[in-house]
Design a protein around this ligand. Structure first.
Ligand SMILES: NC(=O)c1ccc[n+]([C@@H]2O[C@H](COP(=O)([O-])OP(=O)(O)OC[C@H]3O[C@@H](n4cnc5c(N)ncnc54)[C@H](O)[C@@H]3O)[C@@H](O)[C@H]2O)c1
Length: 466
């Protein structure tokens, strides 16, 4: 994957004496931008882009918001936004309107910042987005120049495609030829919107049209942040991954806090020390999609904390869900093997991770045990594991789970390949990765370890969650 490029350090001029909230000035390309939706995201974007020297026309259905902007005041309460809006309106580079025609014919790029509220069933309502798309398409009928649309609202993967279809249907024009739809998710937090807009952790642009993506990148010239250009659906998904991650972190800290408090432990100190580990905790470690966790520690310790929280009468639904979610990941493999139905299965990797012979609570052991129970014929190869060397709790565990393991273990990958219709790759060792070269055309692979960067086409390969 290409590394991100940093936006160039520069930013435009307001033409008015600098204020504390002004960006450092440098000459950059100035654009004419329309912003649909002058709520929180739209107003902060309008204020920041205008302050950076661009010309902005805001569009909203709400008369109060339109007149607030035109009066040089702000529809949202946010640090620096009122001053920036007042200055933008005074400079003649910021206005608001109900007139979509004026907004589209006088701008080269439109930012969609309308709401995507929850439906009663939890789904999002994208009707505002699609309405704006149709409105823009209707005006594009009369516009010869290329127009770029970028979705700032939070939307599910596939929404940009729906927006492109709605624009094409209303305009009679062709996506990527006369207009393009890109995605540029907003990461700002309310209360620090201007600061977050100017100091984002990254700038994410999803799309297929390079010209349109360049235009979106140009909005951020002057901001020192890495720019990632990604497939549209990836960019759409990232915002949901981010917000779910933030919610998970908050909930996790709260549950650890509740349990710590009940045990008379300083929860803030516990979490400070958790965060002090930037190798395994606050790091990319354990954040790759893959197979279930296992081993002698994680399941045991999660179970223990679950038990203790119940004992203390402390509700901890997130911690409670961990083992259940882990079981669901194991079931995905079993369900896939059952769906394919091939009777001879080969397993590459038996320990819960490579480089160890620890089989205790290895999730692949559970898969094998279940498949044997259902009458499938299994062969297993793991260079780290030989029954003769297993001792102690490790041996007890495997004797209980797979009593005749020595009859199933083979000494080489070739023996697994000779036997199997389906090969399950549980660990990403260099040796196991060679299965991609050595497999026979009819042999299928279930990859639990991400041994391949881009999933191949055809139904012979199934990544567990990619
Ligand atoms: N608020 C945040 O902190 C935040 C941060 C990142 C992303 N987001 C996402 O950004 C999007 C907007 O959020 P918000 O908080 O600014 O919403 P908001 O509800 O404050 O504002 C949305 C605005 O869109 C206007 N609107 C609706 N239909 C319109 C139409 N057809 N034409 C023109 N204007 C129209 C509404 O009148 C309203 O002013 C949402 O998808 C949200 O999930 C929000």
């Amino acid at each position: 994957m290409a590394p991100p490029v940093h936006a160039k350090l520069c930013v435009g001029s307001s033409g008015i004496a600098p204020h504390a909230f002004d960006m450092p000035q440098k000459e950059t390309r100035k654009m004419n931008i329309s912003i649909f939706g002058l709520g929180y995201v739209g107003s902060v974007s309008a204020a920041c882009l205008c302050n950076a020297g661009h010309t902005v026309i805001g569009v909203d259905l709400n008369a109060m918001k339109v007149s607030a902007i035109n009066a040089g005041t702000t529809p949202v309460l946010e640090t620096h936004v009122p001053e920036m809006v007042a200055e933008g309106v005074a400079s003649g580079r910021l206005k608001a309107t109900f007139d979509i025609r004026e907004a589209i014919l006088n701008t080269e790029i439109s930012l969609l910042c309308v709401g995507t509220p929850s439906r009663p069933n939890g789904d999002i309502d994208i009707s505002h987005i699609l309405k704006v798309a149709t409105d823009i398409g209707t005006i594009l009928r009369d516009k010869d120049a290329f127009h770029t649309i970028t979705i700032r609202s939070t939307v599910f993967p596939g929404t940009a495609e729906k927006v492109a279809s709605a624009v094409a249907a209303a305009s009679g024009k062709t996506a990527d030829e006369h207009f393009a739809v890109t995605v540029n998710p907003e990461f700002l937090r309310e209360g620090q919107g201007v600061d977050d807009f100017r100091n984002p952790p990254l700038i994410l642009i999803g799309g297929t049209n390079n010209f349109a993506m360049d235009q979106v990148a140009a909005l951020y010239e002057g901001i020192d942040a890495p720019v990632y250009r990604e497939p549209t659906r990836t960019a759409e998904m990232v915002k949901y991954a981010n917000n779910s991650f933030h919610a998970t972190k908050i909930t996790f800290a709260n549950e650890i806090g509740n349990i710590s408090k009940a045990m008379g432990v300083d929860s803030h100190r516990v979490m400070e020390l958790l965060c002090a580990d930037t190798k395994l905790n606050i790091s990319p470690a354990y954040l790759k999609p893959g197979f279930a966790f296992g081993g002698s520690c994680l399941p045991k310790d999660v179970r223990a904390l679950q038990f203790r929280s119940k004992d203390l009468d402390i509700s901890a639904p997130l911690l409670d869900a961990l083992l259940e979610s882990n079981q669901a990941q194991i079931r995905r493999v079993i369900d896939q093997l059952l769906a394919w139905g091939e009777r001879n299965i080969g397993f590459l990797g038996l320990a819960f991770k490579s480089g160890t012979d620890d089989l205790r609570e290895s999730p692949i052991v559970e898969v094998i045990e279940r498949m044997i129970g259902k009458g499938f014929s299994c062969r297993i190869y793991d260079p780290e594991v030989s029954t003769g060397k297993l001792i102690g709790a490790n041996l007890d565990y495997i004797e209980q789970e797979i009593p005749h393991l020595d009859e199933l273990l083979v000494g080489s990958m070739d023996e697994v390949l000779d036997h199997a219709d389906v090969i399950v790759v549980a660990n990403a060792t260099d040796e196991f990765k060679k299965v991609l070269e050595y497999r026979r055309p009819e042999q299928r692979i279930i990859d639990l370890a991400h041994i391949i960067d881009v999933s191949p086409s055809g139904d012979w390969y199934e990544g567990i969650c990619w």
